[in-house]
Design a binder for this molecule. Sequence first.
Ligand code: AKB
Length: 319
Amino acid sequence: MKRILVTGAGGQIGVELVPYLRSRYGAENVLATARKPLSGPVGEGGPFALLDVRDGNAFAALAQSFGADSILHLAGVLSAKGESDPRASWDINVVGSTTALEVARECGAAFFFPSSIAAFGPSTPSKNTPQDTIQRPTTIYGVAKVTLELLCDYYHRKFGLDTRGLRFPGLISYEALPGGGTTDYAVHIYYDAVRKGRYTSFIAAGTYMDMMYMPDALAAVVQLMEADPSKLVHRNAFNISAMSFDPEEIAGSIRKFLPGFILDYNVDPLRQSIAESWPDSLDCTAAREEWGFAPEYDLDRMTEDMLARVREKEGLPPA
Ligand code: AKB
């Protein structure tokens, strides 16, 4: 990657990925785009442009004038939010993404997109979910992710486009809050632990989902994009995960650092049913073998860092 265009730069991943890329590839070589103006490191730390990803002409003109050799297409609507307006979710997640694929084809740019554990459904084997398996998701978000995975395969086979993707698990981070996802509880729990010493979970005890700390996710994107293309068998998206836990286990990890922490439940039926339709744990062998995926954070190491970072953000002294 030398000239990188990032869409959806104001989202949970974008606000961290853009500065990470700028520190590696040079600020001037990473063009951040979003639908709304952004302040801070993303909007002000390097080139920035307004872009609605559904506007193919504007998108192509921007990619061409910047000389993009890589398009990292992050713009999207998350799982739970998608269910409140499936049509709008489709519009952004599929129409916007097919536009992004076409722009990448016109520019001869490599194309990255974040797929998700949402690309699986209730008929997928839920434990140690294989890389290649049944994908019949029940959310509009998941249907869009499968569509994009298939399109990435198609564009690679038909046009030789350099497509690469990651099936992200729940991502835990402290720079920007996720919005409208099912795994969001695993971020909120840290904020409430620091602010109130307690958290009410909208996901039930015993519900396992794959998760990963943001520094590992950022490293994975760069590692995959820099991987030797001849080693990549999968051009749709790779299973990746660093840990799998339920609300009780993350609470247990928090109690190692905040012994009085209290967890109770007020389960949200929509997000609970989505969570139950997703895998409990992914098999990441293909990612390890094809491009060397190796996350560094386990649950306790992540918890220690998250609690410290959230305290800092809240203006509290170190514990
Ligand atoms: C969501 O919960 O919607 C996302 C995801 C797993 O794709 N975090």
